[in-house]
Write a protein that binds this ligand. Structure first.
Ligand SMILES: [Mn+2]
Length: 321
């Protein structure tokens, strides 16, 4: 059984602690990893390594981001290893080996589809962000401004600036408490959430222009094939925010963004507004996530993929009626 007192006791006795987030990290992943990193280094004497695979975006805003290790050398086992914001063990990528070899391993997450793959697991699906879970684990007296800034960023990103349906009273209370450590809310929100590079804006424009509506305007779909990715030299984070903008379309319940990873292999991102459980759909195809935000991989032509997904959406909407 998970026990936070035991967890901090274990950390206090450890010589080496490892922390890893998921591949293709988002704001909550990096904010949570660095929030935990700052918390442990600020309060305990152990050595701490923080690993994030495929860290592409500029997260230099956060203290500790320069410490992130993006290579995965073989090392002696960690005394304690944390998997942070990882819905399943595959999402740990190359850090999986550290988790398996660690003396004690913890999985701290908020994805409802998480099976609990570590030695000790704390999965809180009601939490809007893993950063919110971490705040609840922390001793408020031991949180520093650097730690608070990272956790605040995590919450801002996973709630789409406190607007997604995952935002609860508790989420707001945690965010409010974090402000008291001197976090600049405006700076975090503007500089890490709304600010886009020129390229990101170009791709956003293109995805909106080429989007299609189906199912009587209830579903919107946009696809970024390999040709487009090569033309612009895109990296994964360049399409961040596109799906959220698609979902803002009036009348739309489900937004889908398809990215071609290999010929006829698509990474599917899904968002819903009020009723459709996209985690249930993505789970059917080996993916997962949250009720209103999930993803999976599908093979075939873009039309095959669209047909497969709209069939599932239709089936669910039929049941909801
Ligand atoms: Mn998260």
């Amino acid at each position: 059984m998970f026990d936070k007192e035991v967890m901090w006791q274990t950390v206090s006795e450890a010589a080496r602690v490892g922390i890893a987030g998921h591949i293709r990290p988002d704001g909550d992943c990096v904010g949570s990893c660095l929030g935990l990193y700052n918390y442990i280094t600020g309060n305990y004497s152990c050595e701490v390594d923080v690993f994030i695979e495929e860290l592409e975006e500029d997260f230099s805003f956060m203290r500790g981001s320069e410490k992130v290790i993006t290579t995965f050398p073989d090392e002696k086992p960690y005394d304690v290893f944390f998997a942070i914001d990882c819905g399943d063990i595959e999402r740990l990528g190359k850090a999986e080996k550290y988790l398996k070899k660690a003396v004690v391993s913890y999985c701290i997450d908020h994805h409802g589809t998480n099976p609990g793959f570590a030695g000790e697991n704390l999965i809180v699906p009601e939490a809007a962000a893993t950063a919110e879970v971490l705040f609840d684990l922390a001793d408020p007296e031991k949180i520093t401004k650097n730690c608070a800034e990272c956790l605040y960023l995590g919450i801002v990103h996973d709630t789409g600036v406190f607007k997604h349906s995952n935002t609860t009273r508790h989420t707001m209370e945690v965010a409010g408490a974090l402000l008291e450590y001197g976090v600049s809310s405006q700076k975090v929100i503007d500089e890490t959430f709304y600010e886009k590079t020129y390229l990101q804006n170009q791709i956003l424009g293109r995805c909106l222009m080429e989007s299609i509506l189906c199912m009587d305007g209830k579903v919107i779909i946009s696809a970024v094939d390999r040709k487009i990715q090569a033309l612009y030299g895109l990296v994964s984070s360049d399409t961040d925010g596109v799906i959220d903008q698609l979902r803002e379309t009036k009348g739309v319940e489900v937004a889908i963004l398809l990215k071609e990873m290999n010929p006829r292999v698509w990474r599917v991102s899904m968002r819903s507004r009020y009723t459709v459980d996209v985690a249930a759909i993505c789970s059917k195809f080996g993916g997962g996530g949250h009720v209103r935000a999930a993803g999976c991989m599908l093979n075939g032509s873009v039309h095959d993929v669209i047909n497969t997904l709209t069939r599932e959406i239709e089936a669910q909407m039929g049941q909801n009626e």
